[in-house]
Design a protein. Structure first.
Length: 373
């Protein structure tokens, strides 16, 4: 009698509905020059940005597609004089609007107007816990005091405030002060995000990579503060990838929960997707947003599980982390379909950890972001 034919496990099917959130990168222009900027090396100039009319129509299309939250980002979105009209469009289409800002370019009058137009939430970046550190990291003198003013205006207008702190070798040890500052500023939420080396940030690996010990202590401090500040401050945490054993579920899985529209109108599955050279990104100027979400080659490139190589293909964590981050796999292995080297099962894991350690021990100078006009 023949031996029974081995049955291969059927791959779980991916079901994806509409995106929950859209990141509208309305401009690349920005007054700050943060060395950890994850925007591309090649930035879109002002004359290449989508017009107000197109953005307004994109917001309508996003709402029809099912998007609930609109994150307005950049660059510095306040650099766009038509920011108020964009907020109006979000309100007109029942989109929850979140302004992701450094605070530069906002005045009290402008904040009052944005609130009147329907702004729902403000997310303010925090480069440091005092003017000396914040202005050094942001490369903008006076930035810290402006930021404090914007936080005051935000809470006085009863708008919910989230602070976003990118932590790295130069500021990670001051996390306890950041947490105290967030409470003192009246923030409801603090995002502690360890630097990710996409875009410009990759030039600053040796200057910004925290050590394994710093990363571990940061995780412990977040856990302790979460417990202590229950009901006062919610803390979100993005741990240091390079010192971890398993990758993060980047974007909650490729093309499953969110989409990004960049300043010139191209639509991408994530913030760093432009670093994957073989992907072709459709533009809202040429194709409806819903059609791009459902049918474009870029969105379908890494949806589901069929594209996965081993060890992800037969790994039971794949429904939790979706194989990690495609852009990180691209940057570190040259193959966007490879297992994210952050994973302990990746053949490149040991090499990645050695590289991270070498970067952490290095003492590179900060290379500041340069901006288009
Ligand atoms: Fe995640 Fe792939 Fe590693 Fe499994 S092998 S834990 S799916 S990255
Ligand atoms: Fe692109 Fe993670 S940043 S998939």
């Amino acid at each position: 009698m023949d031996a029974p034919t081995p049955q291969t496990e059927p791959m779980p099917t991916i079901t994806y509905g509409p995106p929950i959130a859209m990141l509208a990168e309305v401009t690349h222009r920005c007054p700050l020059s943060c060395p950890y900027c994850s925007n591309p090396l090649e930035l879109t100039k002002r004359d290449g940005e989508l017009s107000t009319e197109i953005w307004v129509d994109v917001f309508r299309q996003a709402a029809e597609l099912g998007v609930l939250q609109m994150h307005l980002s950049g660059g510095e979105p306040a650099s766009r004089r038509d920011l108020e009209d964009m907020i109006t469009a979000c309100r007109d289409h029942d989109l929850y609007s979140n302004l992701i800002t450094s605070g530069i370019g906002l005045t009290e009058k402008r904040m009052v107007e944005l609130k009147k137009r329907g702004l729902d939430h403000v997310q303010l970046s925090l480069q440091g816990v005092d003017a000396e550190m914040a202005d050094l990291i942001g490369g903008y003198k006076g930035g810290y005091s402006r930021k404090m003013q914007v936080a005051e205006w935000t809470t006085a207008l009863d708008l919910p405030l989230t602070l976003n702190a990118v932590v790295h070798e130069k500021n990670i040890d001051r996390l306890p002060e950041m947490i105290d500052l967030a409470v003192a500023m009246g923030a409801r939420r603090l995002e502690v995000a360890t630097v990710q080396f996409h875009g410009w940030a990759d030039k600053n690996r040796a200057a910004l990579m925290p050590t394994r010990e710093q990363a571990k202590l940061c995780g412990q401090r977040v856990a302790e503060a979460r417990e202590r500040l229950k009901g006062v401050l919610v803390i979100d945490y993005v741990p240091a990838d390079h010192h971890a054993d398993y990758p993060k579920p980047c974007m909650g899985g490729w093309g499953s929960t969110g989409l990004n529209v960049v300043p010139d109108g191209r639509v991408m599955p994530c913030h760093a997707a432009h670093t994957i050279p073989h992907l072709v990104f459709d533009n809202v100027k040429d194709r409806p947003l819903a059609d791009i979400w459902e049918h474009s080659s870029a969105f379908n490139a890494y949806r589901g599980f069929d594209w996965m190589p081993e060890p992800c293909r037969s790994c039971d964590r794949k429904t939790r982390d979706f194989g990690g981050c495609r852009c990180q796999a691209m940057a570190l292995t040259g193959d966007a379909a490879a297992t994210d080297p952050v994973c302990i099962k990746s053949p490149m894991h040991a090499q990645l950890q050695a590289m991270a350690q070498a970067d952490a021990e290095g003492d590179g100078e900060l290379t500041y972001r340069t901006m288009p006009t």
